[in-house]
Design a protein around this ligand. Structure first.
Ligand SMILES: C[S@@+](CC[C@H](N)C(=O)[O-])C[C@H]1O[C@@H](n2cnc3c(N)ncnc32)[C@H](O)[C@@H]1O
Length: 372
C-alpha cells in the first residue's frame, strides 16, 4: 500500500518510480517492486539491535525512555546479519551506478553492517562521526558516555565514477575549509521532536533534520531521488522536500507512516534560488593556461612560484612553463618541482603582485567570469 503525498507532479525522468510516496510494508519486499538502478541516494537508519537487558534507570530510579521496541529486536547476531544482508542487497539493486548510500548506526551494529556492505561489493568512501552536543548521560558510570553515532558513506562499487559530492559548496559554506568527517550536531529535541496528543514521542529514534540536511546537501542535487528504507517519522522525506529532492520512503509501521505523511505535508520547500546547486569547479568551462597568457593576464617571461616561494618556473609564450631545462604543463612542472607524482598546477602556481602572491587560479576565475 502507498501513501501518496500532496505534491507537485514529479520532475524526474523515471516515470515508474513512486516519487514522494511512503510505501507501507517490509522494505525488502517493497523494494523488489522498484526498477533497478533508479535512485540517486539512499539514507538508511535501520534497527540498531540495541540488545537492552532489563529496564534502564537513572540514579533517582526514574525509568529512562530507552528504545525497547519490537522492531529493534533480533534473536541473535546471525539473524541481524541476515536481515542486514537482505536489505543492503535490495537497496543496492535500485541504486544507480553513480549513486551512493549512507547508513547510520551505533557500536551495537555499525561494525556488522560495515562488514556486510563490504562483502556485498559496496565501496566505503567515508565513515562520518556524528558527535552529539547533548548526548544522553551514562547513568551507571561504568562506561564512557556514548556521545556519537557513526555513518558509513559508500559507493555502489569500487570502480564507481561520477557520484555526487558537492565539495566546493561544502567548503565555501565552511569558511573555505575542507569539510571534515566529524559532524557536531545536537540530537533531535525541542520543537522539532514530534509528540503525540499525550505528549509522548511519536517515534523513539527520530533523527535531527540538521543531520539529514548535511547528508543531502553533500551527496545529492536538487531533483534527485532519495530512498529511505526505514522511514520512521519521515525525517528524510521532510528534509528532502524542503531541499527540493524527491523521496521514496518505506516503513513497516502504519502509525509511523501516517505521522511522517502529516509531517511532510506541512513542510514548505525552500525557494529554487536558495537550493540551486552551486557550480563545481570540475563542471566549469575549461580554460587553458595558454588563454591567460594570450590575454595578457600572465606575461611570457614572468616567474611563477608556489605559495611558500620554494620553487620557481618561467612562463613561456605558448602557455607552458620552463623549469631549468624541462618544459611542460603547469601540472607537470608543478609535480616535477616537488618530486611529486601529480600536482594541480592551478592551485600550486602563483604570480608576484607587489609583495603579495596571486594564484593563477584567480586569473582563470576572472576569464570564466568574463564568459570566456
Ligand atoms: C531507527 S528507525 C528510523 C527513524 C527515522 N530515521 C526517523 O528519523 O524517524 C527504524 C524504522 O524502521 C522501521 N522498520 C524496521 N524494520 C523494517 C523493515 N523490515 N521494513 C520497513 N521498515 C522497517 C521501524 O518501524 C522504524 O520506524
Amino acid at each position: 500500500m502507498a501513501l501518496r503525498l500532496n505534491r507537485a507532479p514529479a520532475r524526474h525522468d523515471a516515470p515508474a518510480l513512486p516519487l514522494d510516496t511512503i510505501l507501507i510494508g517490509d522494505c525488502v519486499a517493497e523494494l523488489e517492486k522498484l526498477p533497478s538502478a533508479s535512485v540517486d541516494l539512499i539514507f538508511a537508519d535501520p534497527p540498531y539491535n540495541l540488545q537492552l537487558q532489563g529496564d534502564l534507570r537513572r540514579p533517582d530510579q526514574s525509568l529512562v525512555d530507552a528504545v525497547d521496541d519490537a522492531w529493534d529486536q533480533f534473536e541473535s547476531f546471525q539473524a541481524y546479519d541476515a536481515f542486514t544482508r537482505a536489505w543492503l542487497m535490495a537497496v543496492r539493486r535500485v541504486l544507480k551506478p553513480t549513486g551512493t548510500m549512507w547508513v547510520i548506526g551505533s557500536y551495537h551494529n555499525i561494525f556488522r553492517v560495515g562488514a556486510v556492505l563490504q562483502d556485498l561489493g559496496y565501496w566505503v568512501l567515508n565513515d562520518v562521526v556524528w558527535r552529539k552536543t547533548n548526548p544522553m548521560p551514562n547513568f551507571r558510570g561504568r562506561r564512557f558516555t556514548n556521545a556519537h553515532e557513526t555513518l558509513i558513506w559508500a559507493a555502489k562499487s569500487a570502480d564507481a565514477k561520477g557520484y555526487t559530492f558537492n565539495y566546493e559548496a561544502l567548503k565555501a559554506g565552511n569558511e573555505d575549509l575542507q569539510p571534515r568527517s566529524d559532524w557536531l550536531i545536537p540530537i533531535c529535541s525541542g520543537g522539532e521532536r514530534l509528540k503525540g496528543e499525550d505528549g509522548k514521542k511519536v517515534h523513539p529514534t527520530q533523527k535531527p533534520e540538521a543531520l539529514l540536511a548535511r547528508v543531502l546537501l553533500s551527496s545529492s542535487k536538487p531533483g534527485d531521488v532519495v530512498l529511505d528504507p526505514f522511514f520512521g517519522s519521515g525525517t528524510t522525506g521532510a528534509v528532502a522536500k524542503r531541499l527540493g529532492r524527491h523521496f521514496i520512503g518505506v516503513e513497516r509501521d502504519r502509525d509511523y507512516a501516517a505521522a511522517a505523511r502529516a509531517r511532510i505535508d506541512a513542510v514548505t520547500p525552500e525557494t529554487a534560488e536558495a537550493i540551486s546547486a552551486a557550480p563545481a569547479k570540475r563542471e566549469a568551462p575549461r580554460v587553458a593556461f595558454a588563454t591567460l597568457v594570450e590575454r595578457g593576464l600572465v606575461r611570457p617571461g614572468a616567474k611563477v612560484v608556489d605559495a611558500r616561494r620554494r620553487y620557481e618556473a618561467t612562463v613561456r609564450a605558448d602557455g607552458t612553463l620552463a623549469f631549468g631545462t624541462v618544459i611542460g604543463s603547469i601540472h607537470r612542472i608543478g609535480a616535477l618541482a616537488q618530486g611529486a607524482e601529480a600536482c594541480n598546477g592551478w592551485s600550486f602556481w602563483h604570480v608576484e603582485a607587489g609583495d603579495a602572491l596571486t594564484s593563477i587560479d584567480a586569473f582563470r576565475d576572472a576569464v570564466r567570469a568574463e564568459g570566456l
